[in-house]
Structures are given as structure tokens and as C-alpha cells.
Ligand binder design. Structure first.
Ligand code: M6R
Length: 591
């Protein structure tokens, strides 16, 4: 995580750096800083908190600069730990984790260096100072050779008023040239509005950015050619389009987004190859984190039910260290909105090395997962800025259900595409009823904890509802298998505890209602999300959202809508900013 930017050109660097950092705040926002070179001296502006705190630095002069917005890993969020880190004549910004920092620090301390922060990143500035012999690029190459872990780094030196140097391993980095300037950033959103030529740096590559433009080098510092990225500057420029928060805007986009996922899938150039692979697939491993993990769980219900193919869904951070069993004809699905989640990348690579055919389901073109997958399927949800995933979840579901349909067909079964296509209208109808959850807020405001219950696909959706609530309201909550509640967790339910029950599968409805009776008998306030009208006015139910009917296997794409809305409105009612929950970042590029 963390966002980095850099600029050298004919303009003052500060406005670009600050605007770029604001666009990268989805990567972290607990401290920020910029360094500007002026008159052969590095001037540092850093703060705890958001980039906007650096507003007064906007007028500072200097045509060369670097900047950083931080999500703390090593060292608390504080001004001293904020980047850039300066040592001697060198300033650096870093995204990633230096795993051998203690070994390196020990070595540098023994040489007489002193450190001014608790971060792992500061060692990079010290190593540059140690290896520098008049050539910043060569010093960066030697420094990179000492680093273990992940890094995207941009560096500048007081002796060199017209150049930046960058290095990348595992953490994303984009460099650009045009409009009289050169640019570097963690992702293209920070630069896109400039409409310049952009290039993605690969693992182990370096870049020199100066008045001549961008030059990219391999590990041995041999120049390598780069193809410019194709991108739409407007689509990359974040805009709330009149909504108070990105999260609400992104929820409103869901009907359009799932339509696109469905249509794009059938037209995808990878479709034929995928169909061939599906024909021989005997089992599926899904690796993912957070919300993407929940879409994997929802997909498991659909695939196993419709295709009778076993699906294992594993949290990526567990899969990667578990020595998983990957028999021949395993299809691995790596589901990741950002395509940059470190654990998902590692788990996907592991599955591929073990012989699985790797399909990436991602939302971000040119992301790291696209470089390792055998086939890439794009969810096409468009940029998602709010830290809490919403539209990307629904788009992942739609795409995973499309895969389920193609898999069923490849095994001689029926196609579900027509049904999936109809979901577009059903979702649009369901979206309206979500506003009804606003009436639930008073019952949740004073709650100490919240429960989400369901069975089957409803259970997977309940887990997502609970994650969303925790993430942006900071209320403790649990998503629970309705039948499991009585084995311990029921002890937590007392007078007034809000319990959200999901009821979309007629075959399981009465079973879930058993749990509803149990919590109601202990004084819980029960809120129902259902597509079964006969349950709406049951005496146990305080209030219900009635959803349009759809196949039980696909129901999470609908039932999650009121859950997302509940988390959003409760977050605001509790005085939070739903777009930027504390302690979190959108893209988790560290382990
Ligand atoms: O980019 P990814 O889909 O790989 O991200 C995975 C999780 O970090 C992400 O879904 C996270 O749980 C969200 N903030 C949930 O809203």
C-alpha cells in the first residue's frame, strides 16, 4: 500500500505532487509528505493525516519533487515516520515492505549511520548514500540488490537537479513523459489527467526520468523498449458525479456494471480458450482476500450446485503457506479487484507453479495479476475509489456466475446466460428497495454488535454484509451460518441486538427461520432481507426489504445491495467518512 508520486519538468512540482497524492489516497491516508529540490537543497513538507494537511506546500517552488501518502506498516502514523525520508543528499519515497530491514539497519548503524524514523523504508535512503559515486541510477541498482521484500521507490539527490530514479519489485509503478515533464506514480490515476505517454515498470526494472524523457532499464541496466499503456484519461479521473461519497456513487452504478460484466464475458477474446480449459476442468481453487474472498464463496455455491464440480475457496494468505494439493486439471481462479493484492498474487503464482491453469478475475487492466495469469477476465466495473468494495463485488459475482454457466455448458449441461442477462433488470429493480434500510438505522445506532445470518448462498452474502458493516461503521459484527448460531454465538444475543437475516432460498427458508425464532426469543430485533413475500409480515420480523425473485444460486448479487446500503447509511449516521475508513487502504500490496 502507500501511494508514491514524482515529477520533474517545466512547472513547479508541488501542485502535481499534491493532486496526484490525493488521487492515490485510496492506497493509504494516515500521513503524507512531499520533498522539493530548490537551490540544490531538499525541502521537506510532511504531516500526520491526510494530504490536504499539506495544502500550504502547494505554493512552494521547485521543479523536481517526490511525494507519498502512507498506510503504516512499520512505525506508527506520525510526522517522523511520514515519507519522504531524507538521508544526506538523498530523498526517497517507498511503497512495499523491506523484509531484511533489521539486518540492513544493523549494518548501517555499525557504520555510524543514525536513523530518524521507525520505518523500514529509511534504509533505502541510507543505502543510496552509501553506494552513490556520482551516478544515482547505479547507486539505485546496488541498493535494490540489497533489498528483500517488495518495493516501488522513487529517489532524488541534491547533486542532481534534473533527474529522478525509480526501481520496482512486486509493488506497482507507472512512469510517464509528455507536456514538458516526466512523472512517476503508484498507478496511472495520479497522472492520467495529464494525457501523457505512460509505461508500466516491470519487476526488477529501473527508470531514469530527466529532461530527455523516460528511460527504462532491466536488472543489468541495459536499456529496454516499453510499449505505452492504452488508457482513457477521463475514465481514470475520479469524480463523485454529484454524489456525497464515492461509495454511494459506486453503489448506484451496480446495475450498469453487472450488465457490462455479463456482455463483456460473452465477447471476451479469451472465451474460446476458456471454454476449452473448462471442458477438462475437474476442480476449482479460488484464492482471494476480503470482499473478493466472499465473491469466491458465493461462486462456490453456484458452481457446485449448477455444475457439480468441487470448488475450494481459500483466503489467499492461508493458501500461499499451506502447501496446497493441486491435482491435474485444476482451474485456479484468482479474484482481485485491484489485481495488486500481495497475498492473492502469491497464492495465484503458487497454484500456477503447482500445475493449475490460472484465470484472473480482476477490475484493473495492466495490474500485476494480469502479468501472471494464463487468462484474464475483466469485471469492467470501472474505477472503484471507496475503500469498501461494492460495485466490484457485484461485477465479480456476475462474472463468476458467467463462468459457472460456461462450465455447466462445457460439461453438457444447460446455459444460464439468458437468466444472468435478465439479472441486469432485476438488480435495477432491487436497487430502489435498498433505500428502505434507512428506516433501520435508529435500531442499529446504539447497538454493541450486529449479526448477519443466512444459509447456503445467503450465508456467503451475510459474511460480506458483516465485513462491510465492520469496515466503515467500526461496529463489531458477525456473519454467521444460521444453523451454527446455537453452538455458542447465540450467547451474545440479548435485548435489542440487531440481527439481519437473509432468506432467499425457498428450500432453506424454514431452516433459517429456526435461527430467527431463537434470536427473537432472546429479545433481538430481526431485520429481514428476502425475496419470499410470505415471510415479510411474520411476527418475529421488525422490518423487511423485499427483493425481486431470482435463482437462489445467484441471489447474493441482489441480497448484498441492502447490506451495502445499511453499512453506508450507518457509517454516516455514526459520523464516519465511508470512503476512507480508519486503518484501511483500498489496495493491500503488502503481506
Ligand atoms: O483488490 P482486491 O479485491 O484483491 O482486495 C481484496 C481486499 O483487500 C478487499 O476486498 C477489502 O476486503 C475491501 N476493502 C472490502 O470492502
Amino acid at each position: 500500500m502507500c501511494g508514491i508520486v514524482g515529477y520533474y519538468g517545466k512547472e513547479n512540482a508541488a501542485p502535481f505532487l499534491l493532486d496526484g497524492l490525493k488521487k492515490l489516497e485510496y492506497r493509504g491516508y494516515d500521513s503524507a509528505g512531499i520533498a522539493l529540490l530548490r537551490g540544490g537543497k531538499i525541502n521537506l513538507y510532511r504531516c500526520r493525516g491526510r494530504v490536504r494537511e499539506l495544502g500550504s506546500a502547494r505554493r512552494e517552488k521547485g521543479q523536481l519533487g517526490i511525494g507519498h501518502t502512507r498506510w503504516a506498516t512499520h512505525g506508527a502514523p506520525s510526522e517522523a515516520n511520514a515519507h519522504p525520508h531524507v538521508y544526506g543528499k538523498f530523498a526517497i519515497v517507498h511503497n512495499g515492505i523491506i523484509e531484511n530491514q533489521f539486518e540492513l539497519k544493523g549494518e548501517l548503524l555499525a557504520r555510524g549511520d543514525t536513523f530518524s524514523s521507525e520505518t523500514d523504508s529509511e534504509v533505502i535512503a541510507h543505502l543510496l548514500a552509501y553506494y552513490y559515486e556520482g551516478d544515482l541510477l547505479a547507486a539505485m541498482q546496488k541498493t535494490a540488490g540489497r533489498l528483500k521484500g517488495s518495493y516501488a521507490v522513487a529517489a532524488m539527490c541534491e547533486e542532481i537537479p534534473d533527474a529522478l530514479v525509480c526501481a520496482r519489485s512486486k509493488s506497482p509503478l507507472v512512469v510517464g513523459e509528455g507536456n514538458g515533464g516526466v512523472y512517476v506514480a503508484s498507478d496511472l490515476s495520479a497522472i492520467a489527467a495529464r494525457g501523457v505517454a505512460l509505461y508500466a515498470l516491470g519487476d526488477g526494472e529501473f527508470a531514469l526520468l530527466n529532461g530527455k524523457g523516460v528511460t527504462v532499464y532491466d536488472r543489468d541496466l541495459t536499456v529496454i523498449p516499453k510499449e505505452p499503456l492504452e488508457y482513457d484519461p477521463e475514465a481514470e479521473a475520479p469524480d463523485k458525479r454529484g454524489y456525497r461519497h464515492y461509495m454511494r456513487k459506486e453503489m448506484a452504478e451496480i446495475p450498469a456494471v453487472i450488465g457490462k460484466s455479463c456482455i463483456d464475458f460473452a465477447r471476451d477474446p479469451a472465451y474460446e480458450e476458456l471454454t476449452r480449459v473448462l471442458g477438462r476442468t475437474q476442480r476449482i481453487h479460488i484464492v482471494a482476500c476480503g470482499t473478493a474472498y466472499h465473491s469466491g464463496l458465493c461462486a462456490k455455491f453456484a458452481i457446485e450446485s449448477l455444475c457439480r464440480i468441487p470448488v475450494e475457496v481459500c483466503v489467499a494468505s492461508e493458501y500461499r503457506y499451506r502447501n496446497p494439493i493441486v491435482p491435474p486439471d485444476t482451474l485456479a481462479l484468482a479474484v482481485t479487484q485491484s489485481g495488486e493484492t500481495a497475498d492473492t498474487l502469491a497464492a495465484a503464482e503458487l497454484a500456477k507453479q503447482a500445475g493449475a491453469y490460472l484465470v484472473a478475475v480482476t477490475n484493473v487492466p495492466y495490474s500485476s495479476i494480469t502479468r501472471i495469469a494464463d487468462t484474464v477476465l475483466f469485471t469492467g466495473a470501472g474505477r472503484e475509489i471507496a475503500v469498501a468494495a461494492t460495485k466490484s463485488f457485484n461485477a465479480q459475482l456476475e462474472l463468476l456466475y458467467c463462468i459457472a454457466s460456461a462450465l455447466a455448458e462445457s460439461k453438457g449441461g444447460q446455459s444460464y446466460f439468458a437468466e444472468l442477462h435478465r439479472l441486469i433488470e432485476t438488480v435495477a429493480a432491487a436497487e430502489k428497495s435498498c433505500e428502505e434500510v434507512r428506516g433501520w438505522i435508529p435500531y442499529f445506532l446504539g447497538a454493541r454488535s450486529v449479526f448477519f445470518l443466512g444459509r447456503g448462498a445467503d450465508y456467503a452474502a451475510a459474511l460480506e454484509g458483516s465485513l462491510k458493516l465492520k469496515e466503515i461503521t467500526y461496529l463489531p459484527s458477525e456473519g454467521y451460518a444460521a444453523g451454527e448460531l446455537k453452538h455458542g454465538t447465540l450467547a451474545l444475543v440479548d435485548e435489542g441486538t440487531p440481527v439481519v437475516a437473509l432468506l432467499t432460498d425457498p428450500a432453506l427458508a424454514e431452516k433459517t427461520m429456526n435461527a430467527v425464532h431463537e434470536v427473537y426469543a432472546r429479545g433481538a430485533n430481526v431485520f429481514l432481507i428476502t425475496s419470499l413475500p410470505e415471510y415479510v409480515s411474520r411476527k418475529e420480523v421488525s422490518s423487511a426489504v423485499l427483493l425481486p425473485a431470482c435463482r437462489a444460486e445467484f441471489s447474493p448479487v441482489l441480497s448484498v445491495l441492502p447490506l451495502q446500503a445499511l453499512a453506508y447509511y450507518l457509517s454516516i449516521a455514526r459520523g464516519n467518512n465511508p470512503d476512507k475508513p480508519r486503518n484501511l487502504a483500498k489496495s493491500v500490496t503488502v503481506e
